[in-house]
Write a protein that binds this ligand. Structure first.
Ligand code: GAL
Length: 652
């Protein structure tokens, strides 16, 4: 099967069997190549314990196969059926207040519950046995959206037992744990591992290292849960990709760690639903209510390309209005096409729309599909079909171009600043975004790097924003790098055990950066201080003791940006104007070429093409870039929600 391709999510169990053939025919006619099925179907596959009904699944795959469609089969482990709760009453997750979460929706299981993990291994093996050799089978999806509905942290007995064992393995002796957690501080020392509790329900905050270890433990359980399914799938069909569908702004477990047992990363892209969660002031989102934030999807495409080591899909693409945000606008005509093109430009192999037909029943009855509930085409259908035609017409493909600029994204840092914010709302991913957006406004392609990267070579500029603690890999990468570095506030301000390093932050060798964070000034983000030359700082300001060159300072004469050789350190959270100024300066110093893009327009190079997308609600005019040989789809006038593809004079 050749990539890139269009796909769709389909639920044969929701429709009369007589409809399947016509559905499959129409999918193929629309240019769809991949169909994901099965991920919530446990009660249909096994209505009572041991009573197996897999015939319908095989039959639906036979139908799809007859129309040349390839199938991704999802394991139904996000939706354990009701009888499972009778069998394992303690498999339900427990919330932070100690309340058991109930049956009646989905994702009600506890990652630490070993009995449930065995049930998942059993149903996965059954799927492998029944459809693992089916000619239409093109890959597997494990579970569905790990972490959705706040389900990673569970305060159950299973989690408690697992946590104690995990701590014993990590620390060896309880004395080592007491030392690492700072037990002496409030007489919190333990005598034995079996005295340790989970960090919820304490009178006031538990030790930050206690919380951080609980988050590390919980993240490891999600990875271990995935590994069970991955191992079975690979043992049976080493040739088929194992995929999971991740989410937007989801940081509750370490996705790099989980992806050690995946072949392909994918994520579920709902740009209008996600707009509410994008951390920008409400007024600045108003022009994008029907298009989504111009950088949120791009950032996630780049992140999941890193998580998937280059291989990634969109498993669910918004096709029209969704049902789960406060308001669910109809996308601007063209956006269901634009979002797919944007994903392909960032390197996606497949963009699969969610879902084929809108369901007239249950929770998501207000969620659009490519078809309406009466089977007539919804607008998204025509846009999906258009993308399929355009991909074929251009022969679009190739590799997403490696960026000259990279940003380090680290899940642990996001946990750390949630555990001990010091400034309410301070977030690692927000600081990543603050650097990403100004780069994208200049037409710069960006790669995301994991914190286990030990070599930055090939990049002209690497940015490390708000990184909680250095590790050996990053220290090695920094020491050996001869490109430009921008290290941003709070980086290296803690040790792995959540303590202040002896040398204070940013804890870099003096020959690299002669600077110490002597004190922190954290304020309400609305309370800002102007910066000389333009922009403002606020929310987080560090008082630096430094002998490095002060490049930018604020109106109160505190250093904001200092430089020593090619290493730059940003000692505050900057507003948009300041971040654009700093990024422009870094791009200039690192000699990275930029483009003059109209507001609301972004672009990305893949193979021998540069794809432009207009998130704006009015037409814009593109300025041809020096490396382009002309437009092959659309033109210099790019309409609202439009896409233009330029051919490059030399391959990207
Ligand atoms: C996703 C989920 C799907 C469906 C969809 C609706 O988060 O994976 O099962 O609920 O949202 O937008």
């Amino acid at each position: 099967m050749s990539f890139p391709a269009i796909g769709v999510c389909y639920y044969p169990e929701h429709w009369p069997v007589e409809w399947w053939e016509e559905d499959a025919r129409r999918m193929a006619e629309a240019g769809i190549k991949y169909v994901r099925i099965g991920e919530f179907a446990w009660s249909k596959l096994e209505p009572t314990p041991g009573e197996l009904h897999f015939d319908w699944l095989v039959q639906s795959m036979d139908v799809l196969d007859r129309h040349g469609l390839k199938v991704i089969v999802g394991t139904p482990t996000a939706t354990p059926p009701r009888w499972m709760i009778d069998k394992h009453p303690d498999m339900l997750a427990v919330d932070k207040e100690g309340r058991r979460r109930g049956f009646g929706s989905r994702r009600h299981y506890d990652f630490s519950h070993l009995g449930y993990r065995e049930e998942c291994a059993r149903i996965t093996q059954l799927l492998i046995d029944k459809v693992g050799q089916h000619p239409a089978l093109a890959g597997w999806q494990t579970d569905n959206e790990y972490a959705c509905h706040d389900t990673v942290l569970s305060y159950s007995d299973a989690a408690l037992q697992g946590f104690r064992a995990w701590l014993a393995a990590r620390y060896g002796t309880v004395e080592a744990l007491n030392e690492a957690w700072g037990g002496v501080f409030w007489s919190m020392d333990y005598n034995r591992f079996d005295q340790i509790e989970l960090p919820n329900l304490t009178v006031t905050e538990a030790a930050p290292a206690h919380w951080l270890d609980f988050r590390r433990y919980s993240s490891a359980q999600v990875a271990a849960f995935n590994k069970v399914q991955f191992d079975l799938m690979k043992a049976a069909r080493p040739d088929l990709p194992v995929i999971h569908n991740f989410m937007s702004r989801s940081t509750e477990f370490d996705h790099y760690e989980l992806a050690e047992t995946l072949d392909v990363a994918s994520w579920d892209s709902y740009p209008l639903g996600h707009l509410e969660g994008v951390p920008e002031p409400a007024e600045s989102k108003l022009p994008y209510l029907r298009q989504g934030d111009p950088d949120n999807s791009g950032l996630h495409h780049d992140l999941y390309r890193a998580v998937g080591h280059g291989r990634w899909w969109i498993m669910e693409q918004q096709p029209g209005p969704v049902n789960w945000a406060d308001y669910n606008p109809d996308p601007l005509p063209g956006m269901a096409r634009l979002w797919a093109w944007e994903a392909f430009a960032h390197g996606a192999e497949v963009v699969s729309y969610f879902r084929w037909r809108q369901a007239p029943f249950a929770q998501e009855q207000m969620h659009a599909g490519l078809l309406r509930p009466d089977s007539k085409e919804a607008p998204g259908y025509f846009e999906a079909r258009q993308v399929a035609e355009e991909l074929a017409q251009l022969g679009f493909g190739g590799e997403a171009r490696k960026g000259r600029v990279a940003i380090v994204f680290d899940y642990q840092s996001e946990w750390a600043w949630k555990i001990q914010p010091q400034a309410a709302g301070f977030s690692h991913q927000q600081h990543v975004r603050n650097c990403y957006v100004p780069l994208r406004k200049r037409g710069v392609d960006v790669d995301i790097l994991s914190p286990s990267t030990s070599d930055f070579s090939g990049y002209d500029l690497v940015i490390i924003p708000a990184l909680f603690a250095w590790n050996d890999a990053l220290r090695t990468a920094i020491a050996g790098f001869d490109g430009h570095l921008l290290i941003g506030p709070r980086s290296g301000s803690k040790t792995e055990n959540f303590a202040i390093p002896a040398a204070l932050g940013p804890d870099l060798p003096q020959n690299l950066l002669d600077a110490k964070v002597a004190r922190i000034d954290s304020t309400d983000p609305r309370q800002t201080v102007s910066v000389k030359g333009g922009g403002a700082v606020g929310h987080w300001r560090e008082r630096l003791e430094t002998r490095a060159e002060v490049v930018i300072e604020d109106e109160e004469d505190f250093p904001v940006l200092v430089a020593q050789g090619r290493l730059n350190y940003l000692a505050a959270s900057g507003d948009r104007a300041l971040m654009q100024r700093i990024i422009d300066r870094m791009l200039d110093e690192a000699d990275v070429p930029t483009l003059a893009l109209p507001a609301g327009v972004r672009c990305r190079v893949r193979g021998k093409w540069r794809v432009y997308f207009n998130y704006g609600d009015t037409a814009a005019r593109l300025v041809p870039a020096a490396d382009e040989a002309g437009y092959v789809l659309g033109g210099a006038e790019i309409p609202a929600a439009g896409v233009t593809v330029a051919a490059l004079a030399t391959a990207g």
